[in-house]
Design a protein around this ligand. Structure first.
Ligand code: ADP
Ligand code: ZN
Ligand code: ZN
Length: 731
């Protein structure tokens, strides 16, 4: 009887492949989830075994043997296999590529799994008093940490800020030793993971905690104003789960995973906490991943990618700032870490908590329709009061680098009181355009239909779409006039203008350019947390996850972009930004002021937000979406195509449209928009088009997409043109 393996390969084809297993392979052991090395199209690829079988639809003589089976036990456990399978179907993305997205890079490359190194006490070390080693502070800390945790991995040492040298010293003294691989587990032996007491919950917190059920699926939307104690709810819910011997997964927005957040979890629990984010080395990432899979890590805290982390016994998922855009992956495997996690919780029969002060309209709608359980915290914990929001009318005002007199005065007042101010503008660089005053020439990118941004430090022109850079010309390339001028406002320009207006105040700029170097973002944060008077200039990077108690004046330079945005989510995002920054600034004694500059100070929705708050504002937006038949009341799928020849992209999308329409005859519940050019039509010298398909019925849409995806790869135009599909699309 032949032994055949069904293998998913990282190729953009919607199927799996049959290979011959080696004679000696015992198929009674689990092979599903093991990696295999195979030759495919003259290339060596690492695939994932889906299963084994005795029959193939292909003649046996045509099947190739695998090169090697790389794992003795499944590298990807059953639960993650099933999750990827579902995601592959839901997002219409090939399973082989989905599985690869879930694997750390070293494992994707077919390397052998690494084993973690651990430190633990020797018998002598175990008996040593916790207060010994008084004269060697670091060693004492290391010793105490070992007493607390039993054993420590390198990753844990790093997280606890204990230098390796301190451990080495303990080793030399015969107090500690190192071992490779899983230590004998004290996991079940130590049921008490908590080291710092829970805060006594407020009345509202208590009510929320009493609602939580831990032994069944439930999606909770925890809508709580910033500072209302959502994190405390997370911590107490996690305590319950950890004490039951299970694991907790906490997702946090990209930029919110600061040392502050981590420390808060580390102080509360003496459990092994693994972190997963893009700032780790490949080795660190792999070790965190396998610690979670094998159950050594009790808590996993991470960004979007952690949603695909295998967990041995997951008991609770928490998504902090669930509205945040960084939970959506926007290239290749386009998925939402939030939605994926909700599905995961459902199949595992465990609770999931979505927390936010400004929930997404999707989640809010689900809560209103009782698909999610809506929990609310309306009061700030302690005696903090909310900052005041104030709109400044920009009409006919004289502006300094986009700032009104009122804004400058308010900043001045904060600084005089020894506090800090912050200014938001959502463009980095000096100015978004460079023009010739004489003939109207504008510096644009050769590869894109976009203006190049002028940067001053260092001085150059930069395309923010394709990253092309070139020197700033001395004269106009068209008419040779030297009268070049810039237009618009970026963070660098604001920084310079503020340095002039406030010559004795430190200016801290935070954007992608200023924080490109490792550690520089932390440095900026340190300055802000030091509390010294300063002005922070930044893009929206700062509106996430950080409490900024010394900042008592926040200026949103240009709210009109959100008010007049072509994107139907523009207003939702503006409302979230305003409420988020308002919530992060100031503290009990100094709640501070948020200044919103606009040419439309009377915009009814802006007014609603300021007078009635986010929840009422969001409900109004939901009504508007409902009457416009927009998400979340309809499902939106977006096909995108790009090509050096625009007609190819259009042809492909026309084909998609006709395939879709033959499957699902035109009905009032299906709407097609496009093919139409993308917002910026040409990027990197490729023309980009999109087709939006909107449906009132998810099942119908899914069936239609399935049909298109099956047909499309066989068509010649699809082989010549790059295309992608985004389910639950955002523009
Ligand atoms: P959120 O996550 O909603 O922004 P946090 O959980 O960070 O709010 O709480 C804000 C502040 O209030 C923190 O400093 C926290 O320690 C404090 N806090 C939260 N809950 C309580 C409580 N029950 N008693 C006292 N202080 C609390
Ligand atoms: Zn000119
Ligand atoms: Zn470009």
């Amino acid at each position: 009887m032949p032994k055949i393996l069904d293998i998913a390969l990282p190729v953009h084809l919607y199927k799996s492949f049959d290979y011959l297993a080696p004679e000696e392979l015992d198929l009674s052991t689990a092979v599903r989830g093991c990696r295999a090395k195979v030759v495919f199209n003259h290339q060596v690829l690492v695939g994932v075994v889906l299963g084994s079988k005795a029959h193939s639809d292909f003649p046996l003589a045509k099947l190739k043997p695998i090169d090697a089976l790389l794992d003795q036990r499944p590298c990807i456990p059953a639960e993650l296999m099933a999750l990827c399978q579902w995601a592959s179907e839901y997002y219409h993305y090939p399973l082989g590529e989905t599985l690869h997205a879930a694997l750390p890079k070293r494992l994707r490359d077919g390397l052998e799994e690494q084993r973690e190194h651990y430190w633990r006490h020797t018998t002598e070390g175990k008996g040593l008093d916790a207060n010994a080693l008084k004269r060697a502070r670091q060693q004492q800390l290391a010793h105490q940490a070992l007493l607390l945790h039993g054993q420590l991995s390198q990753a844990q040492l790093k997280a606890l800020d204990i230098p390796k040298a301190a451990m080495k010293n303990l080793e030399q003294k015969g107090l500690a030793e190192q071992l490779e691989g899983e230590p004998e587990h004290s996991v079940t032996a130590a049921p008490h993971w908590q080291q710092e007491a829970n805060l006594p919950p407020s009345e509202q917190q208590q009510a929320v905690l009493e609602e939580l059920r831990f032994h069944q699926f439930n999606c909770y939307l925890l809508e709580g104003v910033t500072g209302s104690g959502k994190t405390e709810i997370y911590l107490q819910a996690m305590t319950r789960v950890l004490n039951a011997g299970r694991q907790a997964l906490v997702l946090i927005p990209e930029i919110g995973l600061g040392p502050q957040t981590l420390q808060r979890f580390q102080r509360r629990f003496k459990a092994h906490i693994a972190t997963l984010h893009s700032n780790l080395s490949e080795t660190e990432r792999e070790l965190a991943w396998s610690a979670a899979r094998d159950g050594r890590a009790k808590i996993v805290i991470g960004t979007r990618l952690a949603s695909l982390c295998p967990m041995r016994d997951l008991g609770l998922i928490i998504i902090d700032e669930e509205h945040d855009n960084s939970y959506r992956q926007q290239d290749n495997f386009r998925y939402s870490a939030r939605d994926l996690s909700i599905y995961r919780a459902k199949t595992l029969h465990i609770p999931i908590i979505l927390g936010s002060a400004t929930p997404s309209l999707e989640s809010l709608n689900n809560a209103i329709r009782t698909r999610y359980q809506h929990l609310r915290l309306t009061q700030r914990a302690g005696r903090a009061s909310a900052p005041s929001l104030r709109v400044v009318d920009l009409k006919n005002q004289s502006l300094t680098a986009g700032l009104s007199q009122a804004a400058l005065q308010e900043m001045q007042r904060s600084l005089e009181r020894g506090q800090q101010a912050m200014v938001f503008v959502n463009r980095r660089g000096y100015a978004p355009a460079l023009l010739c005053h004489h003939c109207g020439w504008a510096a644009s990118c050769l590869n894109c239909d976009a203006r190049m941004t002028l940067h001053c430090a260092p001085r150059h022109l930069h395309c923010h779409h394709c990253d092309a850079q070139k020197p700033v010309p001395q004269r106009c390339p068209q008419c040779h006039n030297t009268d070049l001028m810039f237009k618009g406002l970026g963070t660098e320009q604001l920084e310079q203008a503020l340095a002039k207006a406030f010559p004795h105040t430190a200016i801290v700029r935070i954007d992608r350019d200023s924080t490109a170097n490792k550690g520089s973002f932390e440095q900026c944060l340190n300055t802000i947390h030091s509390g010294e008077p300063c002005i922070v200039v930044g893009t929206q990077m700062l509106a996430k996850g950080h409490h900024l108690p010394h900042i008592t004046c926040v200026v949103i330079v240009d709210a009109d972009q959100g008010l007049m945005s072509a994107d139907f989510r523009g207003l939702e995002k503006l409302g979230q930004l305003i409420i988020q920054v308002a919530g992060r600034a100031g503290r009990a004694e100094n709640p501070g002021t948020v200044i919103i500059q606009s040419h439309q100070p009377d915009h009814p929705l802006l007014e609603l937000l300021l007078t009635r708050g986010y929840h009422v504002f969001a409900r109004q937006l939901l009504q508007e979406r409902h009457s416009a038949l927009l998400p979340p009341f309809t499902q939106l799928a977006i096909f995108r195509a790009e090509s050096k020849r625009p007609e190819n992209a259009v042809e492909l999308l026309e084909l998609v449209k006709s395939l879709a329409q033959t499957r699902q005859a035109a009905s009032p519940h299906m709407r097609y928009l496009g093919p139409m050019p993308a917002f910026i039509e040409r990027v990197k010298d490729r023309y980009r088009y999109q087709l939006q398909i909107c449906s009132g019925n998810r099942k119908v849409l899914n069936d239609l997409l399935q049909h298109v995806i099956q047909e499309l790869p066989g068509k010649a135009i699809a082989r010549r043109t790059r295309w992608s599909l985004e389910v639950d699309g955002h523009e």
